[in-house]
Design a protein around this ligand. Structure first.
Ligand code: SAM
Ligand code: SF4
Length: 326
C-alpha cells in the first residue's frame, strides 16, 4: 500500500516483547523499567492476526524484534506460523544474540531466512560494562551457529559511540576477513536523553568511513535489496562485507517503507514520532479482520513525511528503543 507521500509500505517491524536479558546503557536503565503486564502483551494468536492484516496490505518482510525476541517462550513456533502466512512474507530477526547459539538451527528450520545480531564491542570487559551483563562468548557462539545454520547473510549491527567503542571500528571491520558476515555500522539515534548513555555522541558515518579507509581501498558493492539503506563495501579479498547506515544524517525518510508494531499492540508510522494507534481496540473489542485492516491502513495514511530529529521541534519519543523494537 502507498502512503500519502507515495512510499510503498512493505516492511513490518513486529515487537513481540518489551523484556530483555541485557541492559545496554544507551537503551535501558538498569532498574525501574516496569515490564508490560502479561495481559497487555499481544498473544501469538493476536500477533498473527495483525501480521495477516499487514500482509493483506502489502507487507512483504516481517522483522521480529523486541526487547529481546528470543526470551519470549514459543518464538520458534511463532516464526513458523509467520512464515506460513499467505504470500509467504520474508521473516527476519533482530537479536542481541545471547540465546542464539541454541536456537539458530530450529529458527532456520521454522522458516527464518536471516538474522541481525546487535553487538557493540568485541572486548569481554567492555561488553559487561556496556550491556551490564556477561555474555560476549555466547553472542560470538550465536553468530557462528547462525552461520552454520545457513541464516544468510548473518549481519552484525554495531553502534559506534565516541569514547566508548570507537577504538574498535577496525576490529569489527576485520571480522569480515574471516567470516562471510555483513558488519554494519549504524549511527546512534539520540532518542532517550534520560538514559546513562542517552546523550552519548554517535560517530557520523563519514568519520567511520574515513577510519575504515585506513585498512586499504574499500571496494564499493552494488546496492542489495536485503541491505536496506546500507551502503556496502568490501575489503579486497574479504569473505564478508561492510555496511554504513547513516540513520540520522542520511535523511532516509523519503524511502521509509516501514511500519512498526509494539508488543502491546500499538501501530506506529515513525520510530521518532509519538503517533500510535491501539490495535487492541479491535483485537479485544470484538472487531473483525476488516476493521483491523482499517486501523492498519489508517496508520499507513498517518505516516509523517519526515522526522523532526535535529530540528528545534523535535521531542524525544514517548517510548524507548526497547519498547518500540528499534
Ligand atoms: N534486543 C534486540 C537487539 O538488541 O538486537 C532487539 C531490540 S533492540 C531495541 C534493536 C536495535 O536497536 C539494536 O540493534 C540496538 O543496538 C538498537 N538501538 C537501541 N537504542 C538505539 C539508539 N539510541 N540508536 C540507535 N540504535 C539503537
Ligand atoms: Fe536489550 Fe537490545 Fe536494548 Fe540492548 S539494545 S537493552 S539487547 S533491547
Amino acid at each position: 500500500m502507498l502512503d500519502p507521500f507515495g512510499r510503498s509500505i512493505e516492511y513490518l517491524r513486529l515487537s513481540i516483547t518489551d523484556r530483555c536479558n541485557l541492559r545496554c546503557r544507551y537503551c535501558m536503565p538498569e532498574e525501574g523499567v516496569p515490564a508490560l503486564e502479561h495481559g497487555d502483551i499481544l498473544s501469538y494468536e493476536e500477533l498473527l492476526r495483525v501480521a495477516r492484516g499487514c500482509v493483506a496490505l502489502g507487507i512483504r518482510k516481517i522483522r521480529v524484534t523486541g526487547g529481546e525476541p528470543l526470551v519470549r517462550r514459543g518464538v520458534v513456533d511463532f516464526i513458523a506460523q509467520l512464515a506460513a502466512l499467505p504470500e509467504a512474507p520474508e521473516i527476519v530477526l533482530t537479536t542481541n544474540g545471547l540465546l542464539l547459539a541454541g536456537m539458530a538451527a530450529s529458527l532456520k528450520a521454522a522458516g527464518l531466512t536471516r538474522v541481525n545480531v546487535s553487538l557493540d564491542t568485541l572486548r569481554p570487559e567492555r561488553f559487561r560494562n556496556l550491556t551490564r551483563r556477561d555474555g560476549l562468548e555466547q553472542v560470538l557462539d550465536g553468530l557462528a551457529a547462525a552461520e552454520a545454520a545457513g541464516l544468510d547473510p548473518v549481519k552484525v549491527n554495531a553502534i559506534p559511540l565516541k569514547g566508548i567503542n570507537d577504538d574498535e571500528l577496525l576490529d569489527f571491520a576485520r571480522l569480515t576477513l574471516a567470516h562471510p558476515w555483513e558488519v554494519r555500522f549504524i549511527e546512534f539515534m539520540p532518542i532517550s536523553p534520560d538514559l546513562e548513555y542517552g546523550s552519548a555522541t554517535g560517530i557520523p558515518m563519514a568519520e567511520v568511513e574515513r577510519q575504515l579507509q585506513t585498512l586499504g581501498p574499500l571496494e564499493p558493492l552494488p546496492r542489495r535489496e536485503s541491505a536496506g539503506p546500507a551502503r556496502l563495501f568490501r575489503i579486497p579479498g574479504a569473505r564478508g562485507c561492510l555496511g554504513l547506515i547513516p540513520s540520522v544524517s542520511g535523511h532516509f525518510c523519503p524511502e521509509c517503507n516501514r511500519l512498526r508494531i509494539t508488543a502491546d499492540g500499538r501501530v506506529r508510522g515513525c520510530l521518532f514520532g509519538n503517533q500510535e494507534i491501539d490495535l487492541k481496540l479491535v483485537l479485544r473489542g470484538g472487531g473483525d479482520d476488516a476493521a483491523l485492516v482499517e486501523l492498519l491502513r489508517a496508520a499507513i495514511c498517518a505516516k509523517p513525511e519526515k522526522h523532526a530529529i535535529g530540528s528545534p521541534e523535535f521531542t524525544a519519543p514517548n517510548r524507548r528503543m526497547q519498547g518500540i523494537g528499534g
